[in-house]
Each structure stands twice: as structure tokens, then as C-alpha cells.
Design a protein around this ligand. Sequence first.
Ligand code: UDP
Length: 254
Amino acid sequence: MARRRRIFEGKAKVLFEGPEPGTLVQYFKDDASAYNNKKIGVITGKGVLNNRISEYLMSQLNEIGVPTHFVRRLNMREQLVREVEIIPIEVVVRNIVAGSLSKRFNMAEGTALPRSIVEYYYKAGDMDDPLVTEEHITAFGWATPQDLDEIMSLALRVNDFLSGLFLGVGIRLVDFKLEFGRLWEGEQMRIVLADEISPDSCRLWDLRTNEKMDKDRFRRDLGNVEEAYQEVARRLGILPEGGPSDFKGPTLMQ
Ligand code: UDP
């Protein structure tokens, strides 16, 4: 097979040219990074699990009418996606205080927020992805006010849906990061969800024990990182327990 053209290589994924115009292949690596590349490492099997978890969550979102770039999973580590023009903003939705919010306001991690908070960060690694306001985003032309209305409404729909989905399998969705892209269809432009949704980009806490089941285990050297990602997949019903023939649906908590 001819070598595919590598379009972009990030910390956890590689994007290759897709089989048809307007498509890309998203390859999930086991590499992990945190604190803006100050900490790097490998989480064995992460790429396979994140490919599956993101496939599952994006497909469920597609089904409820949230447009995404996801087309289909191709193999263990790759998925076919629509090529979009990435909006250079990380959209973070928070339900419970954790991470940078806890540090910025000196609030205890685990404090429930009276309502969900949506934050924007400018994607610029050399500046440590600064927190920005809608004013910066529109003034600097990264997105229009209409784009932002659409992004905010999609982010809140994603939050409602995923919070319920995770709650059903005994997991609290503490916070997560989304990326959006512009998809051009002739003259028409649509904003769609892009990138991935996985334990790399979400904080997921066990409902009963508050145990962390996400990348914080890697960031904070808590151990059992692979096991935590596997447990998320198992609860979502996308990790065959006794081999590929033993596929179950989500494990609902009583
Ligand atoms: N997040 C991410 N990529 C980033 C920054 C944050 O996926 O570059 C996710 C992170 O996993 C968490 C949420 O966004 O679920 C909020 O992260 P926070 O601002 O608390 O930053 P952190 O503590 O991760 O530095």
C-alpha cells in the first residue's frame, strides 16, 4: 500500500489524508502528555481504548442530532472523519470544580457548581493555552458571535447528554474539553464537533468512590492508568469482557 500523507501529528493523535477528498484518518497513539508537554509518557493500550470510546460517544451524539466529524471506525487505532477547519478554541464545560478552576479560585476539588460553566481557551501551546473571553474570540476573528452561539448551545447539549449517559454507568462527568470545526458543504457552513471525547479530554469520577477514571491518574501519578481507561470502556459496554464474541451493552447501575 502506498504511504499515506501525514497531515498533522499532535500529542496523542496523527491525522492522515483520507481515502476520499474531504476525509481524514485519525490515528490514536498511546502517547500521553500533560501540563503542556512538560510531562510525557505512554499509556499502553490507550489509543485502542480512546478510539473505541470516542467512536461510541460521537456516534451516540450523532444519533441525538449533534453534528460531529466522525464517520466510522476503521480498525483498532483509526477512524475516518470529515475534514474540517478547526476553530482554534478549546471549549471546556465544567459541572464540578477541579483542575485549573480549583487552582485559579482556590476552591476545593469536588465542589458542585450551581450551574455548568463554559470556558474558552485559545489553542496556542507556546502561550500555555490562555483563558479567553468571547470578546477576544470575536475581536481576533477566531469565530463570529453566531459561531459562538452555536458552539455554546452544542456544548451544553453535549454536556446534558453525556452527563446522563455517564451517570447511567456510575460515572460523574466532572468536566471536559471539546473542539469544533467548520464543515463546508457548497456555500453552506456548519459547525460540527471534532477531535475526540475520551478519558484524555474528560474528568470522570466513580459515582460511589469518587475515584478518578481519567488522565488525572497520569497527570498526578496515581497509578492504574490503563485499568481506569479500560474500566470506562467496560462500563460503557464497548470492551468485550470475554473476547470479541462477548459484547454487552452498557452496565446500568441500580
Ligand atoms: N483538557 C484537555 N486538554 C487541554 C486542557 C484541558 O482535554 O489541553 C480537559 C481536561 O482533561 C479537563 C478539562 O479539559 O477534563 C478542564 O481542564 P482544566 O482547565 O482543569 O486544566 P488541567 O487541570 O487539565 O490543566
